[in-house]
Each structure stands twice: as C-alpha cells, then as structure tokens.
Unconditional design. Structure first.
Lengths: 335, 329
C-alpha cells in the first residue's frame, strides 16, 4: 500500500540529564525531544525547521539510533526498531542512512575516496574486491564526480565535492530513507543548488524517503513535500509545504517566516519581529512552550500545553489560539 | 549623490605562499557614502573578507600586502598611513564587526571591560567613571536588558545574539564614520538575524555612518543595502543599486547567482538553476575574464578582458564584454 508509512514515530522522547550542582538537588532534564509523533511515507520528503537548540539534530540522531531514546517508539516498516539491540539493528542499518552537515569532518582524512565508499560494501555485502571497485566507480558517476578520482583523499576536493562523496556513501547500499542533517548549510549558494538538485534527482531515481533538516526555510520549502516546525523539543505545526507558507497558523511559524530575508528589494513591508531568544529547554514551564515570546499568550497558554491538532489531513497545529492567529498573517511574498 | 566618504580605487592585494604569489584582490574599486550601505556579496574565497581586512590594514604580515591602489578616507590615503596613524583610526573612525562573536571577543575579560577598552584607547579625556557610564549606555542602546548586570559577565555567559550585540556596542562606541560588517549574522538563527539587522539599520539612521556589509546571503543584501558590489575570484564584476541588481542583473555570474536561490513563493520543486563547475583556484586563474571557464556565453575574446568596468548607467557597471548580447531568460 502506498500510504503505509515507511517510518513512524510515536511519542518519542529524548531527555538529557543535567549535572546536579549538589548531591541533594532534584535531577533535572534537558528535554531535547519531547513527545514527538511523525510519519514518513516511501519516497516522500519531510522537512524539519526550527532555531538552533530546538532539538532538530537530536531528533534525527535518535531516529537513526545514534542516541538511545528515553521513551516512545520508532517503527521502520512495522518493525519496532527501538526494541532491537544494536546488533539486531545491523541488518537494517543499510536502509536508514545519514548525511552529515559538515563534509570536512564526516569523511576520514586518511582514507582515499575508494576506501570510504568501499566500506559499506565490505560491512554489509559479500562482493569481491573487483565487484566493489566497479560499484565505487558507479557511485562516483552517479553523484557527478569523475570515476577516476577514487584514489584521491578528501582534502583534494572542494566542499561541494566532499558533500557529493558523503551522499555517494549514504546511497551506496540503496537506502529507503535518508536522514539529512543540514546537508547544504556549509556550502555556497551556487554549490548548494547543485547539491539540492542532486538530492532531488537521486530521490526520484531510487525512490528514497528523505528527512531533511535545515534552518534555511527557502531550501526546506524547495525540497520538502511536508514541513514540521519545531520549537523547544515539540512540533508546533506541520503541514504540506505550500500550505505552511500560504497559511501558517502557529504564531511562531508566522514569526519565523517573517524573519526570512526576502531576496526582492522592491517589496518593502512592515515586519513583525519576535522578541527575545529561545528559552532554556531544561525543565520548561508548564503550558505552551512558546508562551514567553508569544504576543497572543493568555492564562490558558500558561497552564495548559496545547496538543497538536489536525485541522485537515494536510495541516496540524498546536496552539490554543489558532483560530484567531489566521488574521495576523499576511504573506510577504504575495505578488 | 553626496560626496564619497571612502574611495577605494584599484586596490590590489597579493598573498605570498609557498606555492607562489596569489593575486587575491585585483583592481577592486568602490565608494562608501555617509548614511548608505554598500553590500559586498560573493562566494567563499572571492576576496570579500580580504577587502575588509585591507581597508583596516589588518592583512596578516608578512604574507599579505597591498600591491597597488589607494584607499582615500577624508583626503588621507590609508595605504600610506603608518601603524600609529591606523591605530588612531581603527575602532575610532572606522570600526569593524566580525562574523563569529565568540572568537572576536576576549573570553577572559568581562563584557564591560572590553567596551571600556575602546574608550581607554580613543577617549582618554573621559574620567574612569564616565567611561564606565558610556559603556553602560552603549549596552542599553544595542538592546541588552539588565545592562549593569551584563557588564560584569563573560562572553561565554551570553547567547550568540547577545554576543553579536556586544560586538556592535564595541564597534559603535566611538560613533565611527564607517562600519565594516563582515558576515555579522551568518552564525545566527533567522529570527535573531532579523533582530540584529533591524538594530544595525536603526543605529545607522541615528548616526548616519556609512556601512560596508559583507555577506553571501542575497536575501540580507536585498533587505539592508542601498548599493551592491558582486565579487568573483578577487574582482568586482558588477556594481549596481540594489533594485537594479535584483531586477536587471547583467553579468552572467550575477544572473546565475540570483537564479540559484530557491524561491519562496514558487510552487513545486523543479530543478534549481545552477552555475556549473567551481571557482578556479587562485594559483591557476584563467587569463582575461576569471569567470569564462564557467560561463555559457564565453567567447574567444574573453581571454583578453581587463579589469575595467563597462558602464550601463551611472550607478550600474559590469565587467563583461558581452553583457549587451545576453538576453534575459
């Protein structure tokens, strides 16, 4: 069934214990990921946006089980991967792959490109050395690098080319889901567009689902089918990307969209600005996480945490005032 | 237009490395006007930051040197100034904000003492108490709450946005004529970036300083700047007012750069336009036009292009032989 989710996350939590200042203090927790539900269907791109410190990367790492979760469930094709040991997880690893932000740090500087790209095949397949060599050349070609560059070291490549190597390594074993944690934020604009095009082309060719994390909203909008907005460990709004940019409901989403610098100097608009900065995620106050910066906050927001409610099958939002918030929004991009 | 406050003409900067001499800036020219902001945009390695360092004469010795050109500031050529003269100007008449506030601030000195330091250097006529009061006033001006309390804190106790506000306070404490901002918001989130850009604009309105704003984000340029200079591989390849640049860019590189930003108001995910290839290495720069090996319009005579800018209108200049023949897509 096409609508069967490939990856499903139920009530996922990841808390980090905070060091106690005295032996008798109560243990406090940093709630990096707090009760998150998500679904990703095969071949779909889900974008996750939010300010730094909102828990985007922790979420990605927890899904890949690079972090152990605190509670909740993660299903990959109906297998509950949160129950598996790291060893039992091994056969599933090729299906869930990761692309890291910094292509300078995620490639071993002492290995040649051939070594780097061969490694997945050595671990997970029983191909002969010759077959592996052919696979490596194929991969290089697929990501737009010269097949004869396999004996070079990472430092001989530019940032964009290194990110291509990272992508080649991730797609080596035909994954079904790619987790991309800020894959283009270290790159220049003209190179960034090359990498985005490559990701979209590979996704269509191999039918990979992508979990795309970035703080650049224009990039996320371009690549994603659906977008989830995170704030302090919670998803505050999720919608199809067109819908989110046309009718954002959560006040935070509206501020976030308003803060994007608009590459069109002809439009001079009155900008609404969010005040203050992200509060500490350590033991947040009860009620809505956004209440400290929200202009619409009432007493209800201070006591009761809003649930993520579906408005339609395309749009859900977690705000007590989502009905009133519609009037606050006028699209800065309306032509 | 009013008289230029700072005139940079034909600035050339070389770096000596073990691989040979790198021609990092090649005949860069631009003007800064009071109360106006010039945006300097380009990809990494194009010489944006070197330009700002050269203006402040902070190029790392003995590797970097200004080979030719002049930087005229109020009738004084900064290239000829000695270290003592530059020290009087730096932080006083010309100030700078750096990209990463964590490395630019001193981690073992309090915020307060770092602001007071500026007054110690440039406002020695003030008493100690007055200097402290001025520093406090500056912190309030850049929107830091609890200024008195923050004065005694160290940089690591502040968030990224707050640190950048402190950097701005330090830079503006002597009310400089020129503020050079080198990617001041690149390390910040969009919401904080918006706050900082608003603050810089407000402060500029207040004291009418000229601003040189360096960034690779074209969105920020569009929001903040009056004029834009686009740099590529050490050359300014197009100069225009911000409206002209975004509506009628002429140089193929500028066009490519503008086309490669994902648009917010378009539906669907078609392929983005890209500029094929990469910036050539400074060691191996093509003769003539430096963009020609990536340019789809390049012709035989591009090998002999010089650094002069061709004039489209008074404020719009292009460094390309064939810009008239390139049709808008």
């Amino acid at each position: 069934m096409p609508n069967e989710p490939l990856l499903e996350i139920k009530n996922l939590k990841k808390y980090f214990p905070v060091k106690k200042s005295s032996l008798f203090d109560k243990r406090r927790y940093l709630m990096a990921v707090d009760d998150i539900n998500l679904k990703i269907r095969p071949g779909e791109t889900l974008g996750i946006v939010g300010e730094s410190g909102c828990g985007k990367s922790t979420l990605a790492k927890t899904i890949a089980r690079l972090y152990e979760h605190t509670s909740g469930q993660i299903f990959f094709k109906n297998t509950e991967i949160t129950l598996l040991s790291q060893k039992q997880l091994q056969p599933l690893r090729p299906k869930i792959q990761y692309i890291f932000q910094d292509p300078y740090e995620s490639l071993n500087p002492r290995h040649t490109v051939a070594n780097i790209l061969e490694e997945p095949f050595i671990i997970h397949t029983d191909l002969s050395p010759l077959e592996r060599k052919i696979e490596v050349k194929n991969l290089l070609e697929k990501v737009g690098l010269a097949p004869d560059s396999d004996q070079k070291y990472p430092n001989e490549f530019s940032g964009g080319q290194r990110q291509r190597i990272g992508i080649a390594r991730a797609i080596a074993l035909k994954p079904e889901i790619l987790i991309c944690d800020e894959p283009v934020s270290a790159l220049d604009v003209s190179v960034q567009s090359q990498i985005i095009n490559l990701l979209i082309a590979l996704q269509q060719e191999l039918n990979i689902a992508i979990l795309f994390i970035a703080h650049d909203l224009a990039v996320v909008k371009h690549i994603s089918d659906r977008i989830a907005v995170m704030y302090l460990g919670k998803i505050v709004e999720s919608a199809t990307s067109d819908e989110l940019f046309k009718t954002p409901r959560h006040p935070y989403t509206q501020f976030l969209l308003d803060a994007i610098p608009n590459p069109n100097p002809a439009i001079k608009r009155v900008k609404r600005r969010i005040q203050g900065e992200l509060p500490s995620p350590i033991d947040p106050a009860p009620g809505c996480r956004f209440q400290s910066r929200c202009p619409m906050a009432t007493d209800q927001c201070k006591s009761l945490l809003p649930e993520l409610l579906s408005l339609s099958d395309k749009h859900s939002v977690a705000c007590h005032h989502q009905v009133d918030s519609v009037g606050n929004w006028s699209s800065p991009w309306a032509s | 237009m009013s008289k230029a406050l700072l005139t940079v003409s034909d600035l050339c900067v070389d770096f000596e490395t073990e691989h040979g001499v790198l021609n990092v800036l090649d005949h860069v020219s631009f003007n800064l006007y009071p109360g106006k902001t010039l945006g300097l945009v380009g990809e990494s390695g194009c010489g944006k930051s070197v330009t700002s360092l050269a203006l402040m004469k902070l190029l790392q010795k003995p590797y970097g040197c200004i080979r030719a050109g002049s930087i005229l500031f109020k009738g004084q050529d900064l290239v000829q100034c000695d270290a003592k003269q530059m020290q009087d100007l730096r932080g006083n008449r010309i100030a700078m904000i750096f990209q990463d506030p964590m490395t630019a601030l001193n981690p073992v000195k309090t915020i307060g003492s770092q602001i007071v330091e500026v007054f110690n250097l440039h406002r020695q006529e003030l008493t100690k108490k007055e200097r402290y009061q001025c520093a406090l006033e500056m912190l309030r001006k850049v929107g830091i709450s609890d200024a008195q309390f923050r004065m005694a804190e160290f940089p690591h106790q502040l968030s990224g946005g707050m640190r950048q506000r402190v950097m701005i306070a330090i830079a503006l404490s002597c009310e400089p004529d020129i503020l050079i901002a080198d990617e001041p918001t690149t390390a910040l989130d969009v919401t904080i970036q918006a706050q900082i850009l608003d603050l810089m604009q407000d402060l500029q309105k207040e004291n009418g300083m000229a601003m040189l704003f360096i960034t690779h984000d074209l969105g920020v340029i569009a929001e903040l700047c009056d004029d834009v200079a686009v740099m590529y591989a050490g050359r300014v390849i197009e100069k225009a007012s911000v409206i002209d640049l975004f509506s009628q860019a002429k140089h193929p590189y500028t066009k490519g750069l503008l086309d490669s930003i994902p648009q917010l108001f378009n539906d669907g995910k078609g392929a983005l336009k890209t500029i094929e290839g990469q910036v050539p290495s400074l060691l191996n720069m093509p003769t003539g036009c430096r963009f020609r090996n990536r340019c789809q319009y390049s012709q035989q005579d591009c090998k002999s292009l010089d650094h002069n800018l061709d004039t489209h209108s008074e404020n719009h200049q292009i460094n390309c032989k064939h810009w008239r023949e390139i049709k808008d897509a």
